[in-house]
Design a binder for this molecule. Structure first.
Ligand SMILES: NC(=O)c1ccc[n+]([C@@H]2O[C@H](COP(=O)([O-])OP(=O)(O)OC[C@H]3O[C@@H](n4cnc5c(N)ncnc54)[C@H](O)[C@@H]3O)[C@@H](O)[C@H]2O)c1
Length: 335
């Protein structure tokens, strides 16, 4: 029986990963450790709560005692726990330094006391590369993060790498592009647009909407992480991209189209300071292990819109409590 510790498992990607494991694997045990910050929800795990092979621990990855308890007898650690919103990191970086660097350090310190540990997957991000105007980043491209979120994520993943080199910890690092799909906290652009349109509200587009993002359906990401656990090489970094690049304004049009609406529902708002222009990943390394994206953006967006339409009970209470700046433009009205 394989035992997993999934940290940050009550968040968007972590909860999809737990579902992926239970959907695809037999004879496993999954333990989730999550602090339940604003973006973590116990409801994301409700389908598993009664299973005897599932366990939830509420706690902080910066707390060595809780981490020690959570890590007992596990073979695989997958660290999704993080402060994950770029705008919040620009507004107030401290929590990012704590969780995304010190939290990773705490996990690594405990992990090296566990001789039975076979894998430690550190979920990083393509944002550690900075942005790229032409071409795509490979795993050996220069690392030039440009905001406190991506800089702290880089700190965390390089620490993880140093534990591989120095202590022989079986670390693998993944760098994924922008994820979308069910259970994504509605401050992120796709669920923000979708839930606004369900309510007939305008969608706030930063600047002129020219920034380009590469969209990865969350289940494709989960399959990639699962593959890295099985076939990845310790000490290596793997890019995981959707290879579905689109400017934010094109994305707005695409989502408006799914609601049969036009551009009159777009509201241009003040741009994010230092907004990265474009991310793009070369994914040949993970493809050599046998991974493929199964969702193109059209298919993935339709599934996502349907999920939000059918799960209002999930997002309405969250959106009611959400920072209202996301609704109106985090950085204010257009100057
Ligand atoms: N969302 C994306 O597009 C994307 C892309 C690439 C990489 N990533 C990375 O994937 C991971 C998951 O992202 P997400 O979008 O699911 O984020 P999320 O904000 O939805 O979930 C993060 C989870 O971590 C938990 N958490 C935060 N601080 C914690 C702490 N100190 N101790 C324990 N738990 C804590 C939260 O409660 C939440 O459940 C992050 O590491 C993020 O950097 C995300």
């Amino acid at each position: 029986m394989r035992k997993y510790l999934v940290t940050g498992g009550a968040g968007f990607i972590g909860s999809n990963f737990v579902k992926y494991l239970f959907d695809t694997r037999k004879d496993i045990k999954v333990r989730v450790l999550d602090k339940l910050t604003y973006s973590g929800h116990r409801a994301n795990l409700k389908d598993f709560e009664k299973r005897p092979d599932f366990e939830f621990i509420k706690g902080d990855i910066c707390d060595a005692q809780i981490v020690q308890k959570a890590m007992r007898d596990v073979e695989v650690v997958v660290n999704f726990a993080a402060e994950s919103a770029v705008d919040r990191s620009i507004d107030d970086p401290q929590a990012f330094i704590k969780t995304d660097i010190f939290g990773v350090y705490t996990l690594l310190e405990e992990a090296r006391k566990h001789p039975g540990l076979k894998r430690f997957i550190q979920i990083s991000t393509d944002e550690v590369y900075g942005h790229i105007l032409k071409g795509s980043f490979t795993e050996t491209s220069e690392l030039r993060p440009r905001n406190p979120y991506s800089a702290s994520k880089l700190g965390g993943e390089r620490l993880a790498y140093s534990f591989f080199v120095t202590y022989g910890l079986p670390v693998i690092i993944s760098r994924a592009s922008n994820n979308y799909g069910p259970r994504c906290y509605p401050e992120k652009v796709i669920p923000l647009f979708v839930t606004n349109l369900i309510d007939g509200l305008k969608v706030p587009v930063y600047g002129k909407g020219r920034q380009i993002r590469d969209w990865l359906f969350v289940r494709d990401h989960c399959a990639a992480v699962d593959l890295l656990i099985e076939k990845g090489v310790n000490g290596e970094v793997y890019n995981i991209g959707g290879q579905q690049e689109l400017s934010n304004i094109e994305l707005a049009y695409r989502i408006l189209g799914l609601f049969g609406k036009d551009e009159s529902l777009i509201k241009f708002v003040q741009d994010r300071p230092g907004h990265d222009f474009r991310y793009s990943l070369d994914c040949s390394k993970i493809k050599k292990l046998g991974w493929r994206q199964h969702h193109n953006l059209n298919k993935g967006l339709k599934e996502t819109v349907e999920w939000y339409k059918n799960n209002e009970a999930w997002w309405r209470p969250i959106k009611k409590k959400m920072d209202q700046r996301y609704q109106h433009g985090f950085w204010g009205e257009k100057k």
